[in-house]
Design a protein around this ligand. Structure first.
Ligand SMILES: Cc1cc(Cn2cc(-c3c(Cl)cnc4nc(-c5cn(C)nc5C)[nH]c34)cn2)no1
Length: 287
């Protein structure tokens, strides 16, 4: 039943459009309801005119559709279908009831360790699923994560994801903060790299959840330098288990980064996420 939008041919008349939910570089997202079933979804509207400026964004949207349509995981935002008219492309997306994670992070400044650990555990599960399908997300950051009605996180925006191995250069747009050293290193023409890039970004994400700012946040030049040297300091008030996991993810050599299976078994994750943990060391009852 979780795929109620069965028809293969969708068109705009099938939907009642509700309030705008957000906007991105190339369009907007609206709350929408499919008329015949009452199914609530998020309709992402992209304007072809803005995509066709030869920036390769059109290929990204095609890749986003191709990749995300074939993914089914509780921590990955579902893409149910797509259609277009003369001027616009429409993506029918799962509605995430609690919106964009980065807004929660900005509002709360940083997350308590139990919440950050649950989010990182869910991210690790979603990335394991992606990597098993040889999909590298390549753009893991708070802005690309949504929160479902039960507080679970959902990776969205597969515009930058690719099927490994890939030697497409990632043109730099947006923040440098999350780029791994192997992607900013100049020199080799082919940016050939592996799923390990998502492990680095997971480490940056974990740091930002706990500290409230990214580990290499600085001027663009300095961020570049600090990433290339993995030059970060972790505040002393971060628990030693959390420090240990961050240091095992933010490793310059991609091959030496802790694998996702070991992330899920790490003491910091077990301490906060495994049911049946002694209540005494839990600030918040597990659901
Ligand atoms: C274009 C464009 C805009 C964006 C960013 N963006 C994503 C959403 C969004 C999606 Cl795709 C799915 N479910 C959502 N639920 C919300 C939401 C829920 N609450 C309570 N408040 C909000 C906001 N937003 C959702 C909106 N904008 N990406 O590409």
């Amino acid at each position: 039943l979780d795929q109620p939008l069965v028809p293969k041919q969708f068109h705009l008349g099938m939907f009642e459009i509700g309030r705008p939910l957000g906007k991105g570089k190339f369009g907007r997202v609206y709350l929408a309801r499919e008329r015949s079933t009452g199914f609530i979804c998020a309709l992402k509207v992209l304007y072809k005119s803005e995509l066709q400026q030869g920036t390769g964004v059109e290929k990204q949207v095609r890749r986003e559709i191709e990749i995300q349509s074939n993914l089914r995981h509780p921590n990955i935002l579902k893409l149910y279908g797509h259609f277009h008219d003369s001027k616009r492309i429409f993506l029918i997306l799962e509605f995430a009831g609690k919106g964009e994670l980065y807004k929660h992070l900005r509002r709360e400044n940083r997350f308590p360790e139990w919440k950050a650990a649950q989010y990182i555990a869910q991210m690790a599960a979603a990335l394991r699923y992606l990597h098993r399908k040889h999909v590298i997300h390549r753009d893991i950051k708070p802005e690309n994560i949504l929160v479902g009605i039960h507080g679970e996180i959902k990776i969205s925006d597969f515009g930058w994801s690719v099927h490994a191995p890939n030697n497409r250069r990632k043109t730099l747009c947006g923040t440098l903060d999350y780029l791994p050293p192997e992607m900013i290193k100049s020199g080799s023409k082919d940016n050939w790299y592996t799923e390990k890039v998502d492990l680095w970004s997971l480490g940056v994400l974990m740091y930002e959840f706990l500290v409230g700012e990214a580990p290499f946040e600085d001027t663009p030049i300095m961020t570049h330098k600090r990433i290339a040297r993995a030059d970060m300091t972790i505040p002393e008030w971060v628990s030693k288990e959390a420090k240990d996991l961050i240091k095992k993810l933010l490793v310059l050599d991609p091959e030496k980064r802790i694998p996702l299976e070991e992330v899920q078994q790490h003491p910091w994750i077990i301490k906060h996420c495994v049911k049946g943990e002694r209540a005494s060391n839990r600030e918040k009852p597990l659901k």
